[in-house]
Design a binder for this molecule. Structure first.
Ligand SMILES: CC(=O)SCCNC(=O)CCNC(=O)[C@H](O)C(C)(C)COP(=O)(O)OP(=O)(O)OC[C@H]1O[C@@H](n2cnc3c(N)ncnc32)[C@H](O)[C@@H]1OP(=O)(O)O
Length: 403
């Protein structure tokens, strides 16, 4: 078997092989290659595994994204996707070989970390990825959707306008970009995703309504992208807002929609105040709680010094990376929210696998939870609490981009 990089001329074979790995057939794109989820693929960042007989049997690719870190810094990240091996060639080490090659390539490019969305949670930990953000759905039956009235002096001052997605793509793109720069865990949607209508709504060409919120000065501050199905259930693909007032106004608009049986909010963030604003706290049900963005650190010192930190202090981290055969020990020193990271031979506070460091990195998983789960070993009684205070993100990490 050979693993080779792809280029533009491999695109059809690449797409065909990915679909075969998932047991599906590709739908034809528009003449210019747009209008399907894979329209934004970067063919020069793909890998193709080819059997000894010359048959393509496996695929993997990387998108060029930016990731927002706790504190608001953004870093370039490869978004790993289209990972597949033909059913006829599974469990023979094809994926393992592709992951090894891909991580080596990413290191060579100087990437700090990689991210992905896992089709199954059992696949990627062995390659050093850890789940770092989570998602779930809130569903509210329309007859229980009443919200508590706003407190005196906090009445909404903005407005909501109903638009069709096809009429306001540029505005939606700009709002998403402003939102993701302020939201830890959020991923950029490169211009290609919008111009080629790749991915899922609102970048996909699917028909959708957009509820656009403007503040009192008529400045757009958020949108909700939604549709109703034949049974009159409303599906909200995403709400993107620059502040809580916009989110609340959009939720009020959606929950007040007539002739709707229920309103389902996809990607409902942990810590979102909407349940507290419902007159009946139990009106909504939370379902589909699942991992979303997985993080794989490739350059630990650069990763740790790129984000900001919520508490000053020192931590010695002993990090095992079995897949890459590396064991490194780092002294993390945080002063005024910024970190220095140096090699050390001091006794460790925490011993952990690189996948667990990926899980706690964005602040969405408390180190103490992984200590209690038996993943991380704490060598001092106060180490887990100290790590919790330092790794916590003031704003909970959240990602709603699908790739
Ligand atoms: C980011 C993304 O694109 S997510 C999409 C992932 N792709 C899919 O889900 C498509 C359908 N599945 C597939 O194409 C394949 O089953 C893959 C890509 C998941 C795995 O490919 P394979 O070539 O079979 O993996 P490989 O042989 O290298 O297995 C490595 C190890 O992972 C384990 N493993 C791999 N996939 C799975 C799985 N789905 N469930 C449980 N264990 C798995 C193997 O058992 C093996 O374990 P071992 O090292 O202890 O023996």
């Amino acid at each position: 078997m050979e693993i080779r990089s792809t280029s533009e001329k491999d695109l059809d074979v690449f797409v065909d092989t990915v679909f075969a790995a998932f047991g599906k057939h590709p739908t034809p794109p528009d003449e210019d290659g747009s209008g399907v989820w894979w329209s934004a693929l970067e063919p020069e960042r793909g890998l193709l595994a080819v059997s000894d007989q010359g048959r393509p049997i496996g695929t993997a690719c990387a998108y060029s994204f930016e990731l927002t870190l706790p504190g608001g810094a953004t870093v370039p990240v490869p978004g790993i996707s289209c990972v597949g091996v033909l059913p006829s060639h599974r469990r023979q080490g094809v994926l393992t070989a592709m992951m090894r090659r891909q991580l080596a390539d990413l290191r060579e490019r100087g990437e700090i970390m990689a991210v992905l969305l896992a089709s199954e949670a059992v696949i990627y930990r062995r390659f050093g990825y850890g789940p770092a953000t989570y998602t779930r759905r809130l569903t509210v039956p329309r007859h229980r959707a009443a919200l508590t009235p706003p407190r005196a002096g906090q009445e909404p001052t903005g407005s909501v306008e109903l638009l069709r997605l096809s009429d306001c793509r540029d505005l939606v793109e700009q709002l998403y970009d402003r939102y993701r720069r302020a939201q830890p865990g959020a991923i950029s949607r490169p211009p290609l995703w919008w111009t080629r209508q790749a991915g899922h709504p609102p970048t996909a060409p699917t028909q959708r309504y957009i509820a656009l919120h403007r503040d009192a000065d008529s400045t757009p501050t958020g949108y909700a992208c939604y549709s109703l199905d034949d049974s009159l259930a409303m599906l909200v693909d995403e709400i993107v807002s620059l502040d809580d007032a916009a989110y609340t106004a959009l939720a009020r608009y959606l929950l007040g929609h007539d002739l709707v049986t229920e309103i389902a909010f996809r990607h409902f963030p942990t810590g979102n105040p909407l349940r507290w604003q419902l007159a009946d706290f139990n009106a909504g049900s939370l379902t589909g709680e699942t991992d979303w963005l997985w993080v794989r650190l490739l350059d630990i010192p650069r990763a740790l010094t790129s984000r900001s930190w919520s508490a000053d202090g020192e931590l010695v981290l002993d990090v095992d990376d079995p897949f890459l055969g590396e064991r490194t020990r780092h002294l993390l020193t945080v002063r005024d929210g910024r970190a220095e990271c140096t090699p050390t031979d001091r006794e460790p506070d925490l011993s952990l696998d690189v996948s667990d460091l990926g899980s706690v990195y964005l602040g969405g998983t408390a180190p103490s939870t992984l200590v209690r789960a038996g993943h991380i070993r704490a060598h001092r009684p106060d180490a887990a609490a100290r790590a919790d205070a330092m790794f916590r993100s003031e704003r909970e990490p959240h990602c709603l981009h699908w790739f």
